[in-house]
Design a protein around this ligand. Structure first.
Ligand code: G3P
Length: 227
């Protein structure tokens, strides 16, 4: 399963990209705002900076950049084309609205890869696939905020996409814990995007720490006995 870092923060990207575990970056307007409140960089500059940092590590990455001009199909298409023209690594992120999916149909036909975001139901996910989305992003954590199981939704989308042989990939999003990632992995979804705080925790298990300490201590004893 490919892992993506869900962030607009360049320092966060720099701090994990060398691990080789991250296949790309996903952003949204909230994440961009959060990391760039005072630097006055344009959206395009931020995207170019992320691309340049990513390129130092690998060339086969993607960067999801979200459209913000969303009042009409034409607006979405126009901004989608603009974003895609910045760099070939960019995936155009489009909200799962009626206008959004109509725009995705055109953008996909033109060969522009679209990540259909803010997906909260199976029927929405099927419409996204039928519109030609490159991937769909179900928001697991936000579904759970409403008292439903986001993991069940992922499972239903996975099964339905398999049933109909849809080529659209599933990018599990709004994942907030290691358990969410674990469940997404078990389901075999294609990709998961996570904040750095969750990425860091994926490495951790207390038994590993206890084991490492014990092995170090015993090795020291072994060496000391031979001095
Ligand atoms: O990838 C979508 C993500 O940024 C939303 O996460 O935690 O704000 O629901 P969250």
């Amino acid at each position: 399963m490919e892992l993506y870092l869900d962030t607009g923060n360049i320092e966060e990207i720099k701090s994990v990209i060398h691990t080789g575990q991250i296949s790309g970056i996903t952003t949204n307007p909230t994440l961009i705002l959060k990391s760039h409140t005072s630097d006055l960089k344009t959206f395009k500059d931020i995207l170019l900076e992320i691309i340049s940092v990513m390129k130092e590590e690998r060339d086969d990455f993607t960067l999801s950049a979200e459209v913000t001009h969303i009042n009409s199909v034409e607006e979405i298409i126009s901004q989608g084309r603009e974003l895609a023209s910045i760099d070939s690594h960019i995936i155009v992120k489009v909200p799962l609205t009626k206008e959004g999916l109509e725009a995705v149909k055109t953008l996909s036909y033109e060969g522009i890869r679209c990540n259909v975001t803010l997906c909260f139901s199976l029927t929405q996910a099927v419409l996204a696939a039928k519109a030609g989305a490159w991937c769909v992003s179900p928001f697991v954590g936000r579904i759970e905020d409403e008292g439903y199981s986001g993991i069940n939704l992922l499972q239903q989308i996975k099964q339905t996409y398999d049933n109909y042989n849809f080529k659209t990939k599933i990018l599990a999003a709004s994942l907030r814990s290691v358990e969410h990632v674990h469940q997404a992995m078990l389901l075999g979804v294609d990709m998961a995007t996570i904040p750095k705080s969750v990425f860091d925790k994926l490495y951790y298990n207390p038994l590993t720490d206890i084991g490492v300490k014990q092995f170090s201590k015993d090795w020291e004893e072994f060496e000391n006995a031979r001095k």
